[in-house]
Design a protein around this ligand. Structure first.
Ligand code: SF4
Length: 510
């Protein structure tokens, strides 16, 4: 069964520019529309529903949820999908960050907000749940991949749990990161959900589906946390997913005539380097790659089924030798596509970058973080400045757009060390398309958080159960607020130089 949210989209898209008064009418009317298409319903089988809650800002479809839809449908399960994020946008709601004070991520504060009248999503979600209730689903999975989805996701879970008999399951990257903390609160499983899924979802969702069909006991479902006889049970983790053996993601619910024509792709999972001290991106994900012929087959399917030629490889970092073979295969198969990827500054030649451009790699995001050797060493980045300079130049000469990631305020980074990065960026700005910069944040599972003394920091904030970032204080010398502001001003100036340069090169050629 498929959700016809395109009907809903039509209503709201066409009314996008109307005045506030009309907006109110739309808000009331859209819920009366038959947005669940029941023609696919098969009454004899268990019914599954996956929901992607607001707020998610990217134009790129979220890969994780579409991969789960692919596994369920590919294994013959009657699966519906509601992109509630899209429904929320289309319903003329003000698409902004929730009013929830995100600074307080304690369990008590979150529960208090979710069950209060102040809850910004409450009315919207109550109406949605009225429609969902009529469909009598047996399983409802809610994916919370980002902190910005937490309040809507939990409000949805709590409301559905009260109103339906479905097995509620909450999963997603964000929930995985805080799942051990949630276990400290047994009433979470009374208020919001029957189970939590942690780690990779593709295998465990099929086992969970078998449990819903009464084919296996719940204790056999891997990656699952649930409450039994007042105890919280954490089932074992499944063996790592073999990316080449699972079903391909299913994007058939997306109306591509009205959305960004780009799809996410994955060629590996985890990070092949996995040693940067600040990073916990690959938390709980062992590194694995997809066979190249599978990637090619997947691209061909997407091209034919959805008429899509633009792809974004969303993996942390593509292995250079793998990229080489992938480019050969793309060229051989004459796929005629555009791809964006992320890479590390290592083992990359001029020839490889020229081949990459020929194969359709038009954008590469590179992780520089810092150009100061002491900081790079503390990060354990495993790259060196001479290589970076060469690679970024070759890449620009091959006509690839280079996006570079920089982190300021790494613990103990001095003003002078931050200025080393600025000086380096000024030196290479002609080869850059964009600088993405941000302030250091302490990931809960990063090496730094696990060994604070080694990095000269002290954890100052009480750990907030629903936060995957931690508060910290740097011991010893550090930058003043004025010095930090100067650094940001400098980087903005460099971006202006880059913009001018882009007008000369890329704007002409695109
Ligand atoms: S920062 Fe990037 S390269 Fe470093 S471990 Fe994390 S994902 Fe890998």
């Amino acid at each position: 069964m498929y959700i016809c949210y395109s009907k809903l989209k039509n209503i709201n898209m066409s009314n996008k520019n109307k005045n506030k008064e009309e907006g109110k009418v739309i808000k009331q009317n859209w819920l009366k529309k038959p947005w669940i298409d029941t023609k696919y319903t098969n009454c004899n089988r268990k019914k599954f529903l996956l929901i992607f809650p607001p707020l998610y800002f990217s134009q790129l479809p979220q890969l994780g949820i579409h991969s789960l839809i692919g596994q369920l449908r590919g294994n013959g399960y009657d699966t519906s999908f509601i992109n509630l994020n899209q429904v929320y946008k289309n319903s003329n709601q003000v698409f902004r960050n929730t009013e929830y004070p995100y600074k307080d991520l304690t369990y008590d504060a979150i529960c208090k907000y979710i069950f209060s009248e102040k809850n910004y999503y409450l009315n919207f979600i109550k109406k949605i749940v009225c429609s969902i209730k009529k469909q009598q689903y047996d399983y409802i999975g809610i994916s919370i991949g980002l902190d910005s989805q937490l309040i809507a996701g939990l409000t949805l879970a709590a409301t559905i749990k009260k109103e339906t008999k479905a097995h509620i399951n909450i999963g997603g990257n964000y929930i995985t990161r805080i799942s051990d903390n949630i276990m400290k609160y047994p009433d979470f499983f009374d208020k919001y959900t029957h189970s939590i899924s942690y780690g990779e979802g593709e295998i465990s969702i099929i086992e969970l589906a078998k449990y819903i069909e009464n084919k296996i006991p719940i204790k056999q479902v891997p990656n699952l946390i649930y409450k039994k006889e007042n105890k919280i049970i954490k089932n074992k983790m499944a063996k790592p997913v073999k990316l080449s053996e699972i079903k391909i993601p299913d994007f058939s619910d997306i109306d591509f005539s009205k959305s960004n024509k780009q799809l996410p792709l994955t060629v590996n999972r985890g990070c092949y380097w996995g040693k940067c001290s600040f990073c916990d991106m690959s938390y709980s994900l062992p590194f694995s790659v997809k066979k190249i012929d599978k990637v090619i087959e997947e691209i061909k399917i997407y091209k034919e089924k959805y008429n899509i030629s633009n792809f974004y490889i969303v993996d942390e970092s593509v292995v250079p030798e793998y990229l080489d073979k992938l480019c050969d295969a793309i060229i051989e198969n004459n796929l005629n596509i555009n791809i964006s990827i992320s890479m590390r500054f290592e083992r990359i030649s001029k020839t490889l970058l020229e081949k990459a451009y020929k194969a359709g790699i038009k954008n590469i995001a590179w992780g520089l973080e810092s150009a100061n050797p002491r900081i790079l060493n503390l990060i354990n980045k495993g790259i060196n400045i001479q290589d970076i300079e060469k690679i970024i130049k070759y890449s620009a000469q091959a006509k690839i757009k280079n996006i570079i990631y920089v982190i300021f305020n790494f613990p103990t980074e001095t003003y002078q060390e931050a200025m080393d990065t600025i000086i380096f960026l000024k030196k290479i700005y002609k080869y850059l398309f964009y600088i993405s910069y941000g302030k250091f944040g302490l990931g809960r599972y990063s090496q730094i958080a696990l060994n604070p003394q080694k990095y000269n920091i002290e954890l100052v904030q009480e750990q907030k159960d629903f936060s995957h970032a931690l508060g910290f204080k740097v011991l010893g010398e550090y930058k003043s607020k004025e010095e930090q502001d100067k650094i940001y001003k400098e980087i903005q100036k460099i971006q202006l130089l880059i913009n001018e340069n882009n007008k000369k090169y890329f704007m002409k050629s695109t």
